[in-house]
Design a protein around this ligand. Structure first.
Ligand code: NAP
Length: 500
């Protein structure tokens, strides 16, 4: 890895692993929280603490340990711009490799002993009189901070479907993000519920070893080939020796991916080219016309996340796999029953059923100026200014907040834009002596009107159900534009948009 040199300055807190007061409290040690901590160090903000619920860094790349877990964004885009990783093993990295990268960043930048592990934040309350946040953690830790930066990801709280009988199932049941490695799947009858990004990796990952694999599909995904190959030792050496070369390649991949915004946002009709590619991929890999028909989506490509896989269709077409398209009615002691009355005996159930995205539980524990929680503020749908600041919640910044998600490229691009913006806010507070920053409600409302207007004609609003949409059918998750526009917009903090 090639790291930029951090410039640290000692902070005010004597012992950062106990309570007390901190200039900045960061929540979550995934890409967002770690990157923010590194950038704080580099900016000379010494007094920060990072609260992490688990006993290790890594966020989603620590939690998702299911078989065959691999990133669906090219490796070259999947490291911080200030800590390029030159030795990716493949053009699409394995989850373990990404997790290792985050551990290495933690150590190289000297973050580890400043992270409080095992501290799940259960309460963050704004104290208007003191002008600071009060934080409490499940392990008994409590402290205060001038500024809270939330780095918890939107894809971190598993969504467990409300299927009657599921709790009474006699065998193991686990979610894709909480894989139970103690369960030996060899020779077992395994049900996988869901056919999203996690499932298309799990299914080929376990199909060769299980006795029978039942894939419960509610909606078929669009699947295109994954242009994945090993990275040669020569290329790794070149990247290590000439980081500028890797930056050129990274830049070329970045711009190629940005082109995908054109069909998704501006010209959905162009997506028919991608649909033709996906259908050809399906036709090449699945001979049986009935199975092919079941696997063919009937909604526009891109409306849900487009999946990349070379081994999903072959695994579904394997003799020991059955694709079940009838809806699940209930779960029995040793079976899954579908709405057509069929009973499917199974030993293990894997729930690849996604995450609480637009109703994240973290929103219940953050209380703002008027004592209401984030989720209470967001009863009609999540919204923020620049996906970062929320009116009514002074000195709170979210990384990967509402409408920052992407369907085409690396989320690290968005996070880095937010790091810069938040550091700008902190610098403004220091320079001006302002102690409280709260985005003006009219600024947030105007910004969200603009975002919703832009989303109206996009492929994500073309009629399918997806986790991009909330219970009211509003897309409160995706950024509907090129990422360089987000980066440009967040390149300088705009104090006039805030009161304080
Ligand atoms: P997901 O995309 O939300 O997929 C959930 C699947 O479960 C869908 O097929 C859904 O069907 C199905 N489902 C949900 N409830 C169900 C029920 N009650 N009965 C039957 N089926 C049900 O979740 P995910 O696959 O975990 O992926 C979530 C996101 O994580 C991805 O979109 C991606 O952003 C990220 N991810 C990334 C990678 C990577 O490689 N970088 C890997 C995995 C995940 P419907 O489609 O009908 O709703």
């Amino acid at each position: 890895m090639k790291y930029a040199e951090p410039t640290t300055e000692s902070g005010g807190a004597a012992d950062r692993r106990s309570g007390g007061h901190h200039r900045v409290a960061i929540i979550g040690a995934g890409f967002a929280g770690l990157g923010m901590a590194i950038r704080c160090q580099q900016a000379g903000i010494g007094d920060w603490i990072l609260l992490e619920a688990a006993d290790d860094v890594g966020g989603t790349w620590r939690d998702n340990t299911y078989p065959n877990c691999q990133c669906d964004v090219p490796s070259n885009l999947y490291s911080f711009s200030f800590a390029l990783k030159s030795d990716w093993s493949r053009s699409f990295g394995w989850a373990e490799e990404i997790h290792d990268y985050l551990r290495e960043c933690t150590d190289e930048f000297g973050l580890r002993d400043r992270i409080r592990f095992g501290s799940r934040v259960t309460c963050a309350e704004w104290d208007s009189e003191a002008g600071r946040w009060e934080l409490r953690c499940a392990d008994g830790w409590s402290g205060t901070a001038d500024v809270v930066i939330s780095g918890h990801g939107p894809l971190s709280a598993p969504s467990i479907p409300d299927i009657p009988g599921l709790a009474e199932f006699a065998g193991p049941v686990f979610h894709s993000a909480e894989w139970d490695h103690d369960v030996d799947l060899a020779g077992k009858r395994v049900a996988v519920v869901g056919t999203g990004a996690s499932s298309v990796q799990i299914v080929p990952g376990i199909q060769p070893e299980v006795g029978e694999l039942l894939v419960f599909q509610r909606t078929p995904p669009w699947v295109v080939p994954r242009p994945d190959r090993p990275v040669s030792e020569r290329r790794k050496r070149l990247y290590r020796r000439f980081p500028a070369l890797q930056r050129v390649v990274r830049s070329a991949i970045y711009w190629a991916r940005e082109l995908l915004v054109v069909p998704m946002v501006h010209r959905p009709s162009l997506l028919s080219l991608g649909e033709a590619q996906a259908k050809a991929h399906l036709a090449r890999q699945v001979r049986d016309p009935d199975l092919r028909a079941k696997l063919t989506p009937d909604y526009s490509m891109g409306c849900k996340r487009v999946l990349l896989s070379n081994d999903y269709y072959p695994a579904v077409a394997a003799p020991n796999t059955r694709l079940v398209t009838e809806g699940i009615d209930k779960v029995g002691r040793n079976s899954v029953l579908t709405e057509d009355g069929t009973e499917h005996p199974v030993d293990v159930i894997v729930l690849a059923t996604g995450f609480h995205v637009t109703d994240h539980p973290m929103g219940d524990c953050v209380r703002g100026r008027d004592g209401r929680t984030l989720n209470e503020h967001w009863r009609d749908g999540q919204s923020a200014y620049l996906g970062t600041a929320v009116s009514g919640f002074p000195n709170l910044f979210s990384i990967i907040g509402p409408n920052t998600g992407l369907g085409h490229t690396s989320m690290i691009v968005m996070m880095e834009a937010q790091f810069t913006y938040i550091l700008g806010a902190l610098a403004h507070m220091r320079r001006s002596g302002v102690t409280t920053l709260e985005v003006r409600p009219e600024v947030q409302a105007a910004y969200n009107d603009e975002i919703q207007d832009r989303l109206a004609g996009t492929v994500w609003s073309s009629g399918c159900a997806s986790w991009y949409l909330d219970a009211n059918g509003r897309n409160t998750t995706l950024w509907p534009d090129f990422t360089f526009r987000f980066t440009r917009r967040l390149s300088e903090f705009d104090p006039e948009s805030y009161s304080g």
